[in-house]
Design a binder for this molecule. Sequence first.
Ligand SMILES: Nc1ncnc2c1ncn2[C@@H]1O[C@H](COP(=O)(O)OP(=O)(O)OP(=O)(O)O)[C@@H](O)[C@H]1O
Ligand SMILES: [Mg+2]
Length: 508
Amino acid sequence: MGAGELTARVTTVAFAGIETIPVDVQVQMASGLPAFSVVGLPDKAVSEARERVRSALSAMGLALPPKRITINLAPADLLKEGSHFDLPIALGILAEMDVIGHDDIERFLVLGELGLDGSITKVGGVLPAAMEAGMQECGIICPEANGAEALWAGDLEILAAPSLVALINHFKGTQILPRPIRRDADAFNDFHGDLRDIKGQESAKRALEIAAAGGHNLLMSGPPGSGKSMLAARLPGILPDLDARQALETTVIHSVSGMLPEGGLIRTRPFRQPHHSASMPALVGGGHRVKPGEISLAHNGVLFLDELPEFQRNVLDALRQPLETGQVSVARANAHVTYPARVQLVAAMNPCRCGYLGDNELACTRAPRCGEEYQARLSGPLLDRFDIQIEVPAVKPEDLDLPAKGETSQAVRERVFLARELQMLRYKNENISTNAEADGETLQNAAGLDADSRGLLQDAARQMKLSARGYHRILRVARTIADLSGSGAVKRGHIAEALNYRQMVYRR
Ligand SMILES: Nc1ncnc2c1ncn2[C@@H]1O[C@H](COP(=O)(O)OP(=O)(O)OP(=O)(O)O)[C@@H](O)[C@H]1O
Ligand SMILES: [Mg+2]
């Protein structure tokens, strides 16, 4: 054995967060006792590739040659996770068996999982893998079900095969695989309703519009059934669509987590609504086989935490850092992986456990103690991250009786769009795009306060004992209100309105 033995090489990738790391699959068949081993730090799913490859070959009537087969995944010190190594391993073996040519596969990056019947099944991460292939100026071989996804990586050769047989026939020239067809992208996103459906609640709708315009985090508190969940679900509908770069970023995250069913590009803002029983890995990412969490799936979109105080405290605290930095870092055995996590956070809560604090007829006998206890579950630093905090009172019966005649989401969205354009222009040298991202210094420069509005803000700061952070928060929201009205300077009226959006019960 040894010298002179031919070794087939197939290129594939491993994932670290949404980054791809090229991995070389080397297949060696040597004489000796029949064996089949995978080396190079494979995890369990990769080790199991042996069984799937063996059955997939035998489903085609091919037996593994009675040799010592060694699969090496290089670089050896990188942990290989996932089932997408099946296909490159199988193709390397088929090349060594002379079923396909070595040069057939050399121009491709390969990933895919094998079924026991020789079918090639869907895997996560085809889009970033295709982008890697584009960078290496080679094509990609992937499952048929992922083909449409690879199209978004640009102009590269894509062999999207339903089965090993189809792939072999393609190389033989007996049955050419068609190029995947572009899928309708936005069938992917659910429609979350129109603002028009919400009766009354004019000030809550106004706050929602301001939050959308400036990208501000929003906290709503109110009794059950007042329409908080309804309002939150309508936020994506008034946000501008993702630009090309954001669309690709968001789609890559969904691709890596294997959650891109249509293979389409995500162009509308994601809206994620994890349940309050969600675990830490589910929310921020990680877990046994590391995956993006809800906060990353919501990247460039909206993360909605309904019933905020019901979330586990450590889970909420874990959100603080990503909310600040726009990315999540998850610890692994020997490394950290990071996922993008730039979200607009919207949260809803009842003012107390029973929900009716402040309503003299409905509140329970423990009011207001029950409310204080309930609200104390939220830490100050977390609350500080909500630029806009509002109360959403119960809908007035006379409003409910009226036919819905409010503005449509489309009309609001147009104003939001204009306000966002002003911000983009203002911050073009700052590497940010919304008021929500502006820090104190930037805000001071951007506000253009006149003497009158400065006076009001300072009086309020003194009276409400605002911290520096609280002061900037008012300024930030006021800046957005001014942008919505197309005003260059932040005027007294804008400050006055902004002061309304920080009066939560628990801030006494
Ligand atoms: N302003 C409104 N206009 C029309 N329907 C409304 C309005 N507010 C509430 N509703 C109706 O009440 C239902 C409950 O609203 P929603 O789930 O948004 O309340 P909530 O504030 O989230 O309550 P909870 O605190 O219990 O979660 C909605 O499905 C809707 O049918
Ligand atoms: Mg609700």
